[in-house]
Write a protein that binds this ligand. Structure first.
Ligand code: MHO
Length: 242
């Protein structure tokens, strides 16, 4: 009897994986796609991946997002294994963007401003190495601009008496998709509207190599002065009305 149920469940899981898990709930793109020649990909860890993913999928020019695990040792970890803090992985968001519509500077602005990168192995109430701040780049060419943005943000943080940035920055090849349940979680029916990000309210501004493409109107949709502002906004991407 048990075997019989297990077979049915396995079948259902397979159907779900094939039919649903690749489709972005909001952007309707393939979350497992590779970037095409005018696109690029990067991986950000900013604490719990639920709210972080929403921050990025709302930006015009972002082609697809997904949540997953990176920066650790275990192959194909489960959420519960990552939660234990023993796999070494961080909860992350994979972002693919269209370079003609949005620049990596815009993504870096979102990254630095949407959480507190000076918190070590934690973000607000979420504590553990799995919540560490991280940028995992796939393209060596992006290293310079990432480090320049970090340097600038540290300068801005210093003016407001914040401590040192703890963000782990490295090139990485391996990314494991999180379970379907966690993909675009905040946009799924009945989800718990949870966010523990603690933005510093410090703005990034221009930095060496920055080439912002998004205008102020887009950024007005993210008011970091408002507690858990990500949960208060709707799920749709912001329209670029320029
Ligand atoms: N403390 C939260 C974190 C969720 S997030 C996906 C919870 O346990 O629900 O890590």
């Amino acid at each position: 009897m048990f075997e019989f149920l297990k077979n049915i469940m396995n079948k259902e899981e397979k159907t779900l994986t094939n039919d649903v898990s690749s489709l972005h709930r909001i952007l309707k793109t393939d979350i497992k796609k590779d970037p095409n020649p005018q696109e690029e990909e990067i991986i950000f860890g900013c604490g719990c991946f639920w709210g972080a993913e929403k921050c990025f999928w709302k930006l015009p020019g972002v082609v697809t997002t997904s949540v997953g695990y990176a920066g650790g040792d275990k192959t194909k970890p489960t959420y519960y294994e990552v939660c234990s803090g023993l796999t070494g992985h961080s909860e992350v968001v994979r972002v693919i963007w269209d370079k003609s519509e949005i620049d990596i500077s815009d993504l870096l602005k979102m990254f630095w401003e949407c959480h507190d990168p000076t918190q070590k192995n934690r973000q607000g109430n979420d504590i553990g190495t799995q919540y560490r701040s991280a940028i995992y780049y796939k393209n060596e060419n992006n290293k310079k601009i990432i480090l320049a943005s970090k340097e600038q943000y540290q300068k801005e943080l210093n003016k407001k008496k914040f401590g040192l940035i703890e963000t782990e920055i490295k090139m990485i090849d391996t990314y494991f998709y999180a379970e379907n349940y966690h993909q675009q979680y905040l946009a799924s029916t009945g989800s718990r509207q949870y966010c523990s990000a603690s933005p510093t309210k410090v703005k990034l501004g221009s930095f060496a190599g920055s080439n912002y493409k998004l205008n102020d109107y887009i950024w007005e949709n993210f008011n970091w002065e408002v507690d858990k502002c990500v949960l208060r906004s709707d799920n749709n991407p912001i329209k670029n009305n320029i």
